[in-house]
Design a protein around this ligand. Structure first.
Ligand code: SAM
Ligand code: TMP
Length: 356
């Protein structure tokens, strides 16, 4: 299991001022609506089905379930985003999910047919307590489904900016299978999904309850062939990360000495890793634009790049835009066509530094 060795306490990360709003991207809204419909058509077809989402955020997934009139509960500790979900008709419990919360949910609502988490399970350091909670809450034939950034993609694409305080775990099919077994569950499916630059959706069931899909063995074999559990893979990754850093910093200096301007685009958690690790401050990139209102007027942690609204991008357009939110490239580039038309170029650093 690849994981952080230092933990930022969860109440410093998730609170009433949590800045990530899942509904901020059209691509995410579409993805999670599709997820909800899939659950409604497959797992939630009994007489009174019940789905629990761990980390429902602003209700991007559960709002579709609520509209369908199906019993559901979001467990969401960040009060501000929980409130946004409630405004969409979603039922939310403002707590951290753990075995204690799970037992309370079970006694009030009964067992769950589906327990879902997206970009949340890898954030929770007390994973043992989460699994004991799943054990307490999940119906005998229920499924625990979670979607998280994939270690294989992080290594393959040198997406080192996925590594930051919120991401405690960097799951692989191998590590998730071992973790599931440890807690009496079985990994019964693993599917690649394109979100956040490359994730896997894991489906777990109680041991022996469901037949594993062939994809599980296929992905395990692929991970063995790619030596995803071997030290040298990570040593090589480390060397590639350093090369990307050097290339990026050299490019930014070259652009600056040519008298041209670079503005950052997007202030995701990832931008904090890149700017701090590479030593990119406001001297090289004077500000970043981000569409999330609660991020605007603040600074990227550590590197202190000011965050401004997207309108600042075109006033006037820079020569280059450094795309920190590269996982939303298609959506952002389509939205900012005027920048290209004005002669602007995008700088990306995944899988290597390049200009498009
Ligand atoms: N599921 C959404 C998505 O995929 O876009 C939101 C993901 S957001 C990055 C992570 C969410 O998990 C936050 O809203 C946070 O408050 C919540 N969270 C963190 N720890 C949690 C825990 N122990 N139990 C439930 N939710 C948690
Ligand atoms: P994420 O990679 O964690 O989803 O964060 C993406 C960030 O990029 C988030 O702060 C919102 C921002 N963003 C924009 O500024 N404009 C956009 O069009 C999109 C899709 C995201």
């Amino acid at each position: 299991m690849v994981q952080l060795v230092e933990e930022v306490p969860q109440d410093l990360r998730y609170h009433a001022g949590y800045r990530y709003h899942a509904s901020g991207s059209a691509g995410h809204r579409k993805h999670f609506e599709r997820n909800a419909r899939r659950f409604l058509e497959t797992e939630l077809t009994g007489s009174d089905p019940f789905i629990v989402e761990i980390g429902c955020n602003d209700g991007v997934m559960l709002s579709t379930v609520a509209q369908a009139g199906v019993r559901h509960l979001g467990v969401e500790p960040s009060a501000n985003v929980a409130e946004l979900a409630r405004a969409k008709g979603v039922r939310v419990l403002s707590e951290f999910f753990d075995e204690r919360t799970a037992a309370a949910v079970r006694s009030e609502h009964g067992e769950a047919d589906v327990i879902f988490g997206a970009n949340t399970i890898c954030h929770i350091a007390h994973i043992d307590s989460v699994f004991r909670g799943i054990d307490a809450l999940l119906a005998p034939n229920g499924v625990f489904v979670f979607e998280e950034p994939y270690l294989g993609t992080i290594i393959e694409r040198t997406a080192f900016d996925q590594i930051y305080d919120e991401h405690v775990f960097y799951f692989s099919v191998t590590s998730v299978q071992a973790m599931a077994r440890h807690f009496g569950f079985e990994l019964v499916n693993a599917e690649h999904i394109p979100l956040h630059g490359g994730e896997i959706r894991y489906t777990l069931a109680r041991a022996g309850a469901r037949t594993p899909a062939p994809a599980v063995d296929a992905l395990l074999a692929e991970e063995r062939a790619r030596r995803l559990s071997e030290t040298e893979t990570f040593e090589h990754f480390g060397q590639t990360v350093k090369r990307v850093r050097d290339d990026l910093v050299a490019l930014l200096h070259r652009i600056q000495s040519d008298g041209q301007r670079v503005i950052g685009y997007g202030a995701p958690g990832k931008s904090s890793t890149v700017t701090n690790y590479c030593g990119i401050g406001p001297d090289l990139v004077p500000f970043v634009c981000d569409s999330t209102p609660s991020k605007q007027g603040h600074l990227v942690p550590g590197s202190h790049l000011p965050v401004k609204p997207p309108e600042a991008f075109s006033a006037p357009y820079p020569d280059y835009a450094l795309l920190f939110a590269w996982n939303h490239a298609e959506e952002i580039m389509a939205k900012e066509q005027g920048f290209r038309e004005a002669g602007g170029r995008w700088i990306l650093y995944v899988p290597e530094v390049h200009i498009v």
